[in-house]
Ligand binder design. Structure first.
Ligand code: EPS
Length: 390
């Protein structure tokens, strides 16, 4: 079973990520992982923190001579900002440390501040926000890089793009080739394939920035080359659509998830929504009239691209703060303001890729197993033959 965990606080020394259960022999490229970390840091509307950090994965176990060796992979990613927080967030108290604390007692509506402080009985929401921060997605993206390397061996690739920022949308169909080209760019604006729509999105971020507000949007993750048969209809918790939904909603600020064209489908009719079934004798395979189901039927992949969207609320830290209540005085106050981003939809998309890659890697390993990549690939090849000869 593929298991992963992350640890680390936004302004702590570093982020830690571990992944256990990858077969031996998965080729690992630090360059590819670091490229994804870089992509996560990009996008028009990011805050000052991204100027401080240059996220790089430091693999300390589980990989030797550029390949996994079956043991847990552990990755460290430094927080360059830690040097500015050593006295505010020390591991051990020191004389006078109470005066150095940067307490947060004016919880931000929408952030984990109040709910977390009540739950953990903290008079200082700092401890909550440190872990609730989307900085944690850095660790997920590093792990996603490993999952992508594994999936790549099976011919599966995962990319994302932005389809909405605020009210500005681009719903035009996107080819896989366009997605690859988009994500290979060395400059990221809002990671939208439609240049005209991207400019409109940029206009929204510009305008929102000036008013001290923030803006959300929608990203779409596409997994290409996925075989039919991952996940299962047999129990509620083996349905892959459910696992993907949980994985996407677990990303900071994501409040909704859509598999395929769910919203449109809910407002339409059965005859317009289901993807018709056809057969190509030449390719020996079933084909579909469209992919409105987002590659999943009955919780099982059907061989089409897996398409999952994340609906991101605007970031909850506002320069023009909302009403709140101070923990100490219980008086009405403006919520705390901490340096933050105005728009993070492209970055959230990269986080979404990581989560989709991890869930697909889990499902693929559950189905095909293998302690070495040779074994996994042999099993995979046998299964593909079976499907072809169905
Ligand atoms: C983030 C780093 C954080 C925030 C943001 C995401 O850095 P800092 O708090 O030092 O500015 O920019 O986190 C949040 C949006 C949040 O609400 O906590 C990152 O690396 O993505």
């Amino acid at each position: 079973m593929l298991r992963f965990e992350t640890a680390g606080e936004s302004h702590g020394e570093c982020l830690v990520a571990t992944l256990t259960g990858l077969p031996a022999g998965v080729p690992v490229s630090l360059e590819a992982i670091n490229r994804d970390l870089w992509r996560r840091q990009q996008g028009f509307g990011r805050g000052g923190r991204m100027k401080i950090e240059t996220d790089k994965a430091h693999i300390v176990s589980g990989v030797r001579h550029s390949k996994t060796i079956g043991s847990p992979v552990a990755i460290l990613i430094d927080n360059a900002d830690w040097k500015n927080w050593t006295e505010a967030l020390p591991v051990e108290d020191f004389e006078g440390s109470a005066q150095k604390q940067k307490k947060l007692t004016r919880p931000r509506p929408g952030h984990a501040d109040l709910a977390g402080a009540l739950k953990y009985n903290f008079q200082d929401a700092r401890y909550v926000l440190e872990r609730a921060s989307a900085r944690e997605t850095t660790a997920r993206v590093a792990l996603g890089g490993l999952a992508k390397a594994f999936l790549g061996e099976l011919g599966i690739a995962v990319f994302s793009h932005v389809i909405a920022v605020g009210q500005e949308r681009s719903d035009r169909p996107v080819t896989w080739e366009e997605l690859v080209a988009l994500n290979n760019r060395d400059e990221v604006l809002l990671n939208c394939v439609d240049a005209e729509a991207e400019q409109r999105m940029k206009g929204v971020v510009d305008q929102i920035y000036k008013t001290g507000d923030t803006v959300g949007g929608v990203f779409e993750v596409v997994a290409h080359g996925v075989p039919p048969g991952l996940g299962s209809h047999i129990t509620w918790d083996s349905r892959l659509d459910g696992k993907l939904a949980q994985a996407i909603v677990s990303l900071q600020a994501v409040k909704g998830v859509e598999i395929g064209f769910a919203t449109e489908g809910a407002a339409s009719f059965g005859s317009k929504v289901q993807d018709t079934i056809h057969y190509s004798g030449e390719e020996h395979k079933f084909t579909r009239g469209a992919n409105r189901a987002g590659g999943l039927e009955g919780g099982i992949t059907n061989g089409e691209d897996v398409v999952v969207r994340g609906l991101l609320k605007p970031i909850s830290t506002l320069r023009r703060p909302l009403e709140s209540v101070d923990f100490e005085t219980r008086e009405a106050v403006a919520a705390a303001y901490e340096r933050s981003d105005v728009c993070v939809v492209p970055a959230a998309g990269v986080g979404g890729e990581a989560m989709v890659a991890l869930v697909l890697a889990q499902a693929a390993l559950e189905k095909f197993g293998g302690d070495s990549m040779t074994e996994t690939k042999r099993n995979y090849k046998g299964y593909l033959e079976q499907v072809k000869n169905f």
